[in-house]
Every structure is written in structure tokens, then in C-alpha cells.
Design a protein around this ligand. Structure first.
Ligand SMILES: Nc1ncnc2c1ncn2[C@@H]1O[C@H](COP(=O)(O)OP(=O)(O)OP(=O)(O)O)[C@@H](O)[C@H]1O
Ligand SMILES: [Mg+2]
Length: 585
């Protein structure tokens, strides 16, 4: 409810117009049976044709007015709920952009997707129906009751009793179905998660001949959803039946009692039809309202799910709003780690411990270490995807927590370990770093990233199509396009997280040569597994189990750092052995 109120507020005037139109619409609809009854009474009591004609004219006017208001009300209502749905999606998407990797894991990507797409559609549909079908109901009940009581006090009271019974029943059933709908949304999340997992990993499923197992897993998820859905809807089917029974019983009572009343002269024939019309109208709106009420537990659960995400405090927040003052744009020490330790929220040990190093402008710093030693975590900390547990990271001498995330990331270019491209064209992807980048800048970046040859060979060049994730390119091509994207940005600090791993040795060497020229005014941080990629770096940090096992140049480390020597020897030995095998016939 808090959620609806928050998003309804900016559209209050449209909401008022919608409700007013609906009130006129229903008032018109209720006026028609009253006029019909009057006409019938005029007919049976021998009134003049002119009088009957006048009542007929009024009836026609009431139906036209009610019809016009129905159309306008429907239009206003659809506009209102569409706007609210859009605002909610924008708010949810904005919020998800602020969530950290950890926050995302907490909710689940499938669940955030379901919340943004299907949950908000549920809310929107329920809100439309609520405004059109439920909101006028109290008004209709009151007017119909007053009109019925005006004609016959006793029959009016019976109608009131029927309304109260059906209303209490609806509330009771809605309450009892709420937990089922809660469960239903969770099952929907689960179904989406398994489906997404299966569709993205469809090749792995096929390669391991696991189609049947996955089919069974999906089948179980579908069956659980269907069973719960049937159980929830069965409760509402009972409500429908009971409401029909109550109203029809009322009609029978009206006919039964009215015979005596007509002969006694208390009621006229027209009045009976009017009361029956009010009752049927009440029944119609009750049935409609029930259909909408069926949607309510689910819509309320959806509101709750959206609200939880909106209320979630992101792990990383801007602690200051404006750019840091002072900020030295030309500081020689671009990035400094000051005794940094880091532990993931759900981990028992530190992933990184006491890191202390500096990346200088115009220099290349490399980080090498075994798999799982925390190299990518260092990149995440620099980008503030997580905050350090102890110590501090400084950019140009200022703690990165004392600047807005946008200010920080504007100065960094990051090529992630798993190259990711967006669907669109190559140029769209390159402009991701700088929307105003010229074609020359983009072509130059592509050349430096050693992607010029294959991009040039594509019929559409920079305008070639890129599939979601960049899956229509090879791993190495994707890596080079991601590097080109980083180069377009011209930042102060480049972070390449294992970005050369899919390149052959020749391309790797050519790329590093071209990069050195391109990145003269910036600091470069290269994370790598291959010694050959980083041996010419100005300083190499050897990471071992989250700690710095050594720092220095290649030659120094070979002499002083056992871990580095081991990595170097294991790689040169393998290369040597492979070479030997290749030479042997
Ligand atoms: N979100 C997380 N929560 C808890 N632990 C994590 C999380 N992400 C990574 N880790 C752990 O942190 C450690 C370091 O991971 P990281 O990705 O930094 O390694 P890496 O050195 O980049 O490895 P690789 O060379 O394979 O890319 C790993 O042991 C990993 O299990
Ligand atoms: Mg990594």
C-alpha cells in the first residue's frame, strides 16, 4: 500500500479525474433501472405518452453520459496505471544499478528480473481492475441500497444482509489465499531461475546428455507452480458459487414477498423490476470485484517484493555528494593501496590481507598469482564494487570512499576478466565509454587493441552486429573489443583483468607494444596469469593466498621471490616441454 501511495502521488490529478469519471459512469448506470421502473409504472398507471417519452429521453441521455464516461474513464485509468508501472520499473532499475554483486546474490538475478517485469505487470493489471471494478463498488452498494430502501425498507435490509455476507466471505477467502500467493511468487522465481540457467547453459546440458534430468527438474518446478496455483484458485471458485447463490436467493425472496406487497398496494410492478435490477447490478459488480480480489493477494505480494528491493540499503553508498575538494588531477601517484584487507560479507577469512602498493602515472603495474588468490577482487575494490574491510585505497591521493562512485568510475577504464559486450553494433559498444566518440577515435582504439584486422574484414566494419554478450565473436575477439572500449575512454587508470588470456603470444606482444604508447599519461594495472604478458612491467606484484609475496621488476623477483620463480619456471618448463614434444617426429 505504501508503494502504491508513493507512486500514485505524482499522478494524483489523473487519479481524481479517473475516479470522477467512474462515479458519473456508475451513477448513470444506476439511474437507468430507476427510470425504467418509472416508465413501467407510468405505463401501468395510464400516464400520458409525453410523460413516457420524457422518461425515455432521460434514459437515453443517462446511457449516453454513462457510455462516454466509461470510455473516458477506461482511457484515464489505463494511462494512470501505465504511468505508475513505468515509474516503478524505472525506480527498480535505478535501484538495481546501485546494488552490489553481493546484494544481487542476496535477491537473485532471476528474482530481480521477475520483480521488474512480471511483478510490476501484475501490480499494474490489479490496479487497473481495482480502480475500474472495486473502487465504484462501495458507491454502487450505497446508492443501490438507498434506492432499494426508498422503494421497500424490508427488501432493502435483506439486500444489505446479502452484501455483508458476501463481503465477509470474500475477505475471509482472500486472507486464507494470501500465503498461497506468496508461495506462488517464490515458485515463479524458482521457475525463472531454473529456466534461465537451462537456456543459458543449454550447450552444457546437451554436451553432458543431461536433457532428461533437466527436463525432470523443470517438470518438478512447473508442477509445484501448477499445484499451488490450482489450490489458490479453488478457494476463489467457492467464493464465486456462494455469491451467485446468495444473490439468486435474494431474487427469489423479492419475487416471493412482492406478490403480497403489490396486492396490498405497497409496491408497483416497476418497483419490483427496479429492485431486481439493483440486485443484479450489485451482483455483477460483486462478481467483477471478486475476480479482481482474486488478483489482490498476488498483487500485494508483488508490491511487497518490489518494496523490499526499493527499501534495500545498497552495500556501497556515496558518502559524499559532490566531487572531492581538493582533488589533484595530475598527481603522480594515481592509485595507492594503503594496508588494504578485505573480507567478503559471508566469508570467514580475509580474501586479501595487508596490500600496500602504488601505481604511478606512465607506469605499468602487474599483478600475478595463482587462480583464486584474489586478483579480480583487487579490481572490484578499486571500482568500489565492494568496500575495503581495513586500510584505504586512494585515487590521486584521495580516499575513494570520499568521492561519489560516478566521479571515481569516470576516471577508470576496466576490462573485465569475462569480456562482455552489449547487443547492438561494435560502434554502440565502443561508445559505451564515451557517447560522443568520433569514428576516428573508435577506429584508432580498435587498431591499438589489435582488432583492426578482423573488424576491417567484416562487411559492415564498426557497424557490424553484436549479439547479446558478444556471443557472435570468439573469446579473443571479444577481449580485444572490450580493450578497445576501454581505450576510447582515455582514463587515468586502466585495469586489465586477465584481458590478454585468450590472445595468442604474437597478438599479446603486439597489443602490449601498442598499449604502451597509448597509455603514456595514465597508470596501467594488468592482472595476468602468464609471466610473458607482464615481465616488462615497471613493477610486478606477486599475490599468494591474498597476500603480497613480492613486489619488484621481473629480474629482481626471479632472485628474491620464491613464488614468482615457481610460476615462471612452471610456465617456461611447460613451454619448453611442449616445444620439445612438437619438435619430436
Ligand atoms: N562474492 C564472493 N563471496 C565470497 N567469496 C568470493 C566471492 N567472490 C570471490 N570469492 C572468493 O575470493 C577468492 C578470490 O577470488 P578472485 O575472483 O579474486 O580470484 P582470482 O585471483 O581473480 O582468480 P582467477 O585467476 O581464477 O580469476 C576466491 O577464493 C573466491 O572463492
Ligand atoms: Mg580473476
Amino acid at each position: 500500500m505504501k508503494l502504491i501511495a508513493r507512486f500514485l502521488k505524482p499522478h494524483l490529478w489523473l487519479c481524481v479525474v479517473t475516479v470522477l469519471l467512474l462515479i458519473v459512469d456508475t451513477a448513470g448506470a444506476l439511474f437507468i433501472p430507476t427510470l425504467a421502473a418509472e416508465m413501467l409504472n407510468q405505463g401501468t398507471s395510464g400516464a400520458t405518452f409525453d410523460a413516457v417519452l420524457r422518461t425515455g429521453g432521460l434514459m437515453a441521455a443517462a446511457s449516453v453520459l454513462s457510455g462516454v464516461c466509461t470510455i473516458l474513464g477506461g482511457y484515464a485509468c489505463a494511462t494512470l496505471t501505465a504511468r505508475i508501472g513505468k515509474d516503478m520499473r524505472v525506480a527498480l532499475y535505478d535501484k538495481s544499478l546501485k546494488l552490489s554483486k553481493y546484494d544481487f546474490r542476496h535477491f537473485g538475478i532471476a528474482s530481480i528480473t521477475t520483480r521488474t517485469v512480471s511483478d510490476i505487470t501484475n501490480i499494474q493489471t490489479a490496479l487497473t481492475s481495482f480502480i475500474q471494478m472495486v473502487l465504484p463498488v462501495p458507491f454502487i452498494f450505497i446508492v443501490a441500497l438507498v434506492l432499494a430502501i426508498r422503494l421497500d425498507w424490508e427488501l432493502g435490509m435483506i439486500l444489505l444482509a446479502v452484501i455483508v455476507i458476501v463481503f465477509v466471505l470474500a475477505l475471509f477467502i482472500m486472507n486464507s489465499a494470501a500465503p498461497l500467493f506468496q508461495k506462488l511468487q517464490k515458485l515463479l522465481d524458482r521457475m525463472t531461475t531454473i529456466l534461465l540457467e537451462n537456456l543459458t547453459g543449454v550447450r552444457v546440458v546437451r554436451a553432458f546428455n543431461n536433457e532428461q534430468r533437466e527436463e525432470q527438474r523443470m517438470g518438478r518446478a512447473f508442477a509445484a507452480y501448477a499445484d499451488t496455483s490450482i489450490r489458490a484458485n479453488r478457494r476463489f471458485a467457492n467464493l464465486d458459487g456462494i455469491s451467485f447463490f446468495c444473490i439468486n436467493l435474494f431474487v427469489v425472496i423479492v419475487y416471493w414477498l412482492s406478490g403480497g406487497r403489490i396486492s396490498a398496494g405497497h409496491l408497483q410492478i416497476g418497483d419490483i423490476t427496479a429492485i431486481i435490477s439493483y440486485a443484479t447490478m450489485v451482483l455483477f459488480f460483486l462478481m467483477m470485484a471478486q475476480m479482481v480480489i482474486m488478483m489482490m493477494p498476488r498483487a500485494l505480494e508483488c508490491c511487497e517484493r518490489v518494496q523490499v528491493v526499493l527499501d534495500h540499503t545498497p552495500e556501497i553508498q556515496d558518502l559524499v555528494s559532490g566531487p572531492p575538494q581538493p582533488f589533484d588531477d595530475d598527481a603522480p601517484e594515481v592509485l595507492s593501496f594503503r594496508n588494504v584487507s578485505f573480507r567478503f560479507a559471508d566469508a570467514e577469512e580475509d580474501t586479501l590481507s595487508e596490500l600496500d602498493f602504488t601505481c604511478r602515472r606512465g607506469q605499468t603495474t602487474a599483478i600475478i598469482g595463482g587462480t583464486g588468490t584474489g586478483k579480480s577482487t583487487i579490481a572490484s575494490l578499486i571500482l568500489r564494487f565492494h568496500d575495503v574491510t581495513r586500510g584505504a585505497i586512494l585515487l590521486n591521493g584521495t580516499d575513494i570512499r570520499r568521492m561519489p562512485q560516478h566521479f571515481l568510475r569516470e576516471r577508470l577504464a576496466y576490462v573485465q576478466q569475462k569480456a562482455w559486450l552489449f547487443s547492438g553494433t561494435i560502434a554502440d559498444n565502443l561508445r559505451y565509454s564515451d557517447p560522443d566518440a568520433s569514428r576516428e577515435t573508435m577506429l584508432h582504439a580498435v587498431d591499438v587493441a589489435q582488432a583492426g584486422e578482423f573488424v576491417g574484414a567484416l562487411p559492415d566494419g564498426l557497424d557490424s552486429f553484436v549479439a547479446q554478450g558478444g556471443t557472435n565473436f570468439s573469446g579473443g575477439q571479444r577481449q580485444r573489443l572490450s580493450i578497445a572500449r576501454a581505450l576510447v575512454k582515455k582514463p587515468e587508470l586502466y585495469i586489465f583483468d586477465d584481458s590478454f588470456s585468450a590472445l595468442d603470444f604474437k597478438t599479446d606482444a603486439a597489443l602490449r607494444r601498442a598499449l604502451a604508447k597509448e597509455t603514456q599519461d595514465a597508470a596501467v594495472l594488468i592482472i595476468a596469469q602468464r609471466v610473458s604478458t607482464i615481465q616488462h612491467a615497471d613493477q610486478i606484484i606477486v599475490l599468494h593466498e591474498g597476500r603480497m609475496a613480492g613486489i619488484g621488476r621481473h629480474e629482481e623477483l626471479l632472485k628474491t621471490c620464491g613464488v614468482y620463480r615457481e610460476i615462471y619456471e612452471s610456465q617456461t618448463k611447460t613451454a619448453g616441454e611442449t616445444g620439445k614434444e612438437e619438435r619430436e617426429p
